[in-house]
Design a protein around this ligand. Structure first.
Ligand code: SAH
Length: 219
């Protein structure tokens, strides 16, 4: 499944892992293996193909973006995945981050606001051989209560605050990563749910497209 060992993007993928991800401090070998295996070129629009492995976010349909590879790896590392987890992603977008999660968890649930993006992501995920995911279209600020609790939750759009339903749907011992801030810049937060409550850590500054919904920004 996923990228064949020797395809024409293999060298670019290897350079991306080495120069943009491992060299910037991502250490989790499972995360490095996952970014080495997912063919990012399948998730970007054909007009962006030459840039598929560039150290930058890229535009996708509906005015959205697929995050910079380093940011995908960093957020994934923050989730501390071992393989048995049920994960929730808010903002399926291109499906690239979903594919990374598919390699690292037991099952992935992903919510996207734009039906066009969700439909396209579903096709690409199947094409690359992912099977342990379920997508839905809706307002992800409300989470996906049906399959809660989640051991890991990742929000790939910037929120004004952490949506309460996501805190509630996080399992005890679970990790949530989310960019929180204003429309122009955010802080990536990692929240761990403990027996006693929640612990919050600031990871780094970042910039994401807005999380639009009931517990996010208004349109
Ligand atoms: N993880 C994606 C990143 C996409 S950008 C990838 O790897 O490509 C963030 C996505 O969040 C956009 O597709 C946007 O449409 C979506 N989004 C914004 N608000 C949302 C909401 N309330 N619920 C679900 N998705 C939302």
């Amino acid at each position: 499944m996923l990228a064949p060992k020797e395809d024409r993007f293999a060298r670019q993928r290897e350079a991306m892992v080495k120069e943009q991800i491992a060299s910037k401090g991502i250490r989790d070998p499972r995360v490095l293996d996952a970014v080495r295996r997912v063919p990012r070129e399948k998730f970007v629009p054909s007009s962006e193909l030459p840039e598929a492995y560039a150290d930058t976010p890229l535009p996708i349909d509906c005015g959205q973006t697929v995050s910079q590879p380093y940011m995908v790896a960093l957020m994934t590392e923050c989730l501390e995945l071992q393989g048995h987890e049920r994960a929730l992603e808010i903002g399926t977008g291109s499906g690239y981050q979903t594919a990374i999660l598919c390699l690292l968890c037991d099952s992935v649930y992903s919510v996207e606001k734009h039906p066009e993006l969700s439909d396209k992501a579903s096709l690409v995920l199947q094409e690359v051989g992912c099977t342990n995911f379920r997508l839905t279209v809706g307002d992800g600020t409300k989470g996906w209560p049906e399959y809660a609790p989640y051991d890991a939750i990742i929000v790939t759009a910037g929120a004004p605050d952490v949506p309460a339903p996501l805190m509630e749907q996080l399992a005890i011992g679970g990790r949530l990563v989310i960019p929180v801030g204003d429309a122009y810049s955010q802080v990536l937060k990692k929240i761990v749910r403990t027996q006693e409550g929640y612990e919050s850590h600031n990871v780094c500054g970042c910039r994401f497209v807005p999380l639009v919904g009931e517990y996010g920004w208004t349109e």
